[in-house]
Design a protein around this ligand. Sequence first.
Ligand code: SIN
Length: 314
Amino acid sequence: MSSSISLSTKIAGSVLSSCLYNASGPLCSTAEELQAIGKSHAGAILSKSATLQKRQGNEEPRYVDTRWGSINSMGLPNKGYEFYAQFAQTAQAYDKPYFMSVSGLSHEDNLHIIKELANFENIAAIELNLSCPNVPGKPQTGYDFDQSRYILELVCAQAKQPIGVKLPPYFDMPHFEMMAAVLNDFPISFVTCINSIGNGLVIDRDSESVVIKPKHGFGGIGGDFIKPTALANVRKFYTLLDKKISIIGCGGVKNGADAFEHILCGASAVQIGTQFMREGTGCFERVAGELTDLMREKGYQNIESFRGKLRDIT
Ligand code: SIN
């Protein structure tokens, strides 16, 4: 009875027919890339993180895929927020929500962008990126709890669209609790866990060299390497945040079983990054098919039947 199995979910008040969509990062910068996501089986379209002005980003090579995942130091190459805000019109052609990622280079930039976005229709929600590790000289705001509170105070007071936050990975229990205490004080709709693990180093043993050019080879790590960290962050924030805040899982999703694990930890939707970069938009249909098969095997008709129900060993 495959037809009765539903992957549908709701994020920030919008219904997604599939809980799987793209992470902000790969293949979501140009109109053609965003349209391709629109035409695919992805449940939503999420833009590349937008800055105030368009940016070239860091020097190349700046993205390398390895057997176990990826390293990138893209440096937020993007067409500027106005382009992504205007794309919301085009996105109406697709029967799915359009989410816009925002990553201003300063609090002032973020506030300016959020205020301007109030003039645009059809942006279903804003994912405020507090976690890009790749802009030289700019810290990841999500690691500074006071600064995170400050920007959320500014932004939440001005936003017309629902706000979500993309978080960096946390590794220490008190840090989860401190960030959750900040987030629970604001009317945010979702958190996305996690951005890449910042400032890893992948090296090529033969040439005895780093593999990407920016920042002497240091970059954000994605893919298989990071799934356990991503699952831990989804799980911990699922237990600590108010239930009105949805968790979106991101990290190490290559197949339906990986998506199932994120949902079991509490994710209401799952983003695909490194694997999307490898496979293109076909990944959304393939992973959805694998997730549906797994749910059928386990007797689950929808994601709410198992979402968050990870068991302890008793
Ligand atoms: C980048 O453009 O450097 C990646 C975006 C991010 O990690 O937030």
